[in-house]
Ligand binder design. Structure first.
Ligand code: RUQ
Ligand code: CUA
Length: 652
């Protein structure tokens, strides 16, 4: 058999991976796909053996599911992107901070309530700068239940339910004016961490920027998450006031360091710009010192302090003031090299890896050692606000010489760390044991974050890593000056690392992503029982039963109780008077998987997605007399085009 394959596929047979040999020779008499044999295809498409090897590792035949889900931030698109691995097929965009027409997200009453639930400075927001998704965890491992995402521009946190991939809640506090160290969860998802980035007066309001040192502050918010309800409880959440440095990324301790939180900072120089006012630019001013401060917070103690009521309420948020945090010994600093960025706790929880953008090292801090030094109050100094400082050398395990511009670090199951190196534009693989680089692989280009399968849990999977590159340059067919980002799938199962696939991501700049084993998710396929409202998570009081469709005129307007089923809406004629407020209540009474209908009413910005069993309410003003067709927007059946009706707005 082997001989037959070898002779059929020569001259490269010995070089080809086994799977390919099987493909070209497994059925000796069957022609390869499309009638051409594999070698001819390779030649025709100018593919190397390495290319074919990569293709075999990612190609996923029809009907076969991916092994992993990657949840990627949609950046300033404000949506969450769901990608299958290893195929890199996009499975879904989930509307979170931006309206999502396909899902009707932001167009119905309740989905609009979620999207519009946090206003800032009196403004309704329809976009976000999403950075860091965080999957919910139990015991430090992803549990596949929820995912949290942040909005850097208008500090908010959203809760996305992974049973139906729908955004259920958005919270935000006017305490802070931006965030970056978010969203990160504690190992049992008791808290979702949101840290401010750019200092401002706490709670909003104005203070002259010259009074930065006195009046501007940072803060870290601990949003309490209730796993029973699947919701953040703002009233049980609290914050810690921080000095006016620019706090950057954060991470929660795990296992031995469970109960500790780490956050780095830039601009301990407290520069605030003014390059047209005779001061150095913010960028130059913030890069003067050799060291910034890694913040080490004792969350358990902070929780007790908040519980004891040693807080002040600012903008509705309970805040542990900085002096209280110092007095209670729940905050300490450790120097960290030049303009740090990523802070990542190792799978065993014994260390925190910090990448310094203007340094050539990653610094590995010893979590237990820092806890000990803090408990014994072995400090070597104080910052201008009185926050105690630990000795750098005493706090670290060591440093790894990485290369130019280390940013973020993720981990595998073999004791290796993988750091994105922005300036060098490579992934550096290094050993956590002896802090030595073992291998580097090029990325294309300017890698930002990177993520390995379950790489920030207590039990990483290894196998795959995705480099999330900022620039694509020449990788794809040109599409004008605004280029997509480039996600590169890398095989890390063995050495050397192998680049498998380039995926353009043309929708805002994603920053971070997380990768979870697919079998941890158990999404529903239809809403049950019929009339279920995903946003209230109950059968809607306005749910309509087949046979009970009706139109009722009430004090607050005209209520239309409608059903949708292949291939008609009932009622299909709706008569109202100009000036009426219309409350449309629509239930998709079907229970067949994928039997989704849509409901669009032209000229009124009405657009609903009616998945099987789902109920939607939408309220709109029929202010202008006219004849407005409505119709189904999903090609649901052979008579889909006939699934239509008329909104007749009669003159008064
Ligand atoms: S941060 S790479 Cu939010 Cu690194 Cu973007
Ligand atoms: Cu329902 Cu098309």
């Amino acid at each position: 058999m082997t001989m037959t394959i070898a002779s059929r596929c020569s001259p490269f047979a010995s070089l080809l991976p086994f799977a390919l040999l099987a493909a070209c020779g497994g059925r000796p008499n069957a022609p390869a796909g499309g009638g051409a044999d594999v070698l001819a295809l390779m030649q025709a498409r100018n593919l190397s053996e390495q290319d074919v090897n990569a293709a075999l590792k990612t190609y996923t035949p029809t009907g076969r599911h991916d092994e992993y889900y990657q949840f990627a931030s949609g950046g300033h698109g404000g949506n969450l992107i769901v990608i299958g691995l290893p195929s890199m097929r996009i499975l879904k965009y989930v509307g979170v901070f931006s309206p999502e027409p396909w899902q009707g997200y932001g167009y119905g009453d309740q989905s609009g309530d979620v999207l519009g639930s946090v206003q800032r400075a009196g403004h309704t927001l329809t976009w976000a700068d999403m950075h860091h998704p965080a999957l919910s965890e139990t015991g430090g491992d992803y549990d596949g239940k929820w995912i949290f995402v942040n909005d850097k521009a208008n500090p908010r946190i959203a809760v996305v339910d992974l049973s139906d991939f729908v955004t259920k809640q958005i919270v935000g506090s006017e305490l802070i004016q931006s965030d970056h160290g978010a969203a990160f969860v504690t190992p049992n998802t008791d808290y979702v961490i949101e840290t401010a980035q750019y200092p401002a007066p706490l709670g909003g309001g104005y203070a002259p920027i010259e009074t930065w040192n006195e009046n501007y502050r940072g803060a870290m918010i601990f949003w309490r998450f209730d796993k029973q309800k699947g919701r953040i409880l703002p009233a049980e959440s609290f914050a810690i006031e921080l000095p006016p440095y620019m706090q950057d990324l954060a991470d929660a301790g795990k296992l031995v360091s469970d109960g500790w939180v780490y956050c780095n900072s830039i601009d301990v120089e407290r520069a605030y710009g003014g390059n047209l006012e005779g001061r150095p630019s913010l960028e130059a001013g913030a890069s003067q010192n050799d060291m910034d401060y890694l913040h080490v917070l004792n969350l358990r103690r902070a929780e007790a302090v908040a519980k004891a009521g040693k807080t002040e309420t600012i903008a509705g948020m309970r805040v542990i003031r900085l002096q209280t945090a110092i007095d209670e010994n729940l905050l300490a600093f450790v120097p960290e090299p030049k303009s740090p960025h990523g802070v990542d706790v190792t799978p065993d929880g014994t260390a925190v890896v910090v990448g310094g953008k203007l340094d050539t090292h990653t610094t590995v801090y010893d979590t237990m050692q820092m806890a000990k030094l803090i408990e014994q109050k072995q400090f070597v100094g104080k910052d201008p606000y009185g926050v105690p400082i630990l000795d750098f050398q005493a706090a670290i395990r060591g440093q790894c010489e990485i290369g130019l511009g280390p940013l973020h670090t993720t981990f595998d199951d073999q004791g290796f760390a993988y750091t994105s190196v922005f300036i060098e534009t490579v992934v550096a693989k290094w050993s956590l044991k002896d802090l030595k680089v073992v291998e580097k692989i090029d990325t294309h280009f300017n890698i930002g974050h990177l993520v390995a399968a379950e790489g920030d849990t207590v039990s990483p999977d290894g196998r795959f890593l995705v480099a999330m590159n900022k620039w694509a340059l020449d990788r794809f067919a040109p599409v004008g000056p605004l280029l997509p980002q480039n996600f590169q799938l890398i095989d890390i199962a063995g050495a050397p690392m192998q680049l498998l696939y380039d995926m353009p991501l043309p929708l805002g700049e994603p920053h971070y992503a997380q990768i979870i084993k697919a079998d941890k998710l158990k999404p529903i396929d239809v809403y049950k029982p019929i009339g279920f409202n995903p946003f209230t998570e109950a059968v809607d009081p306005f749910a309509t039963v087949a046979g009970k469709e009706r139109i009722e005129r009430k004090a607050d307007g005209v209520h239309v109780y409608m059903t949708a089923v292949r291939s008609h809406f009932t009622p299909d004629i709706v008569r109202v008077k100009a000036g009426d407020t219309v409350h449309l209540h629509v239930t998709n009474v079907e229970q067949a998987a994928d039997a989704t209908h849509g409901l669009a009413i032209g000229s009124h910005n009405v657009n609903l997605s009616l998945e099987p069993g789902k109920h939607c309410n939408v309220t709109f003003k029929a202010d202008r007399a006219g004849v407005y067709p409505f119709y189904c927007t999903e090609f649901c059946s052979a008579l889909h085009l006939e699934m239509a009706g008329y909104l007749l707005v009669e003159p008064q």
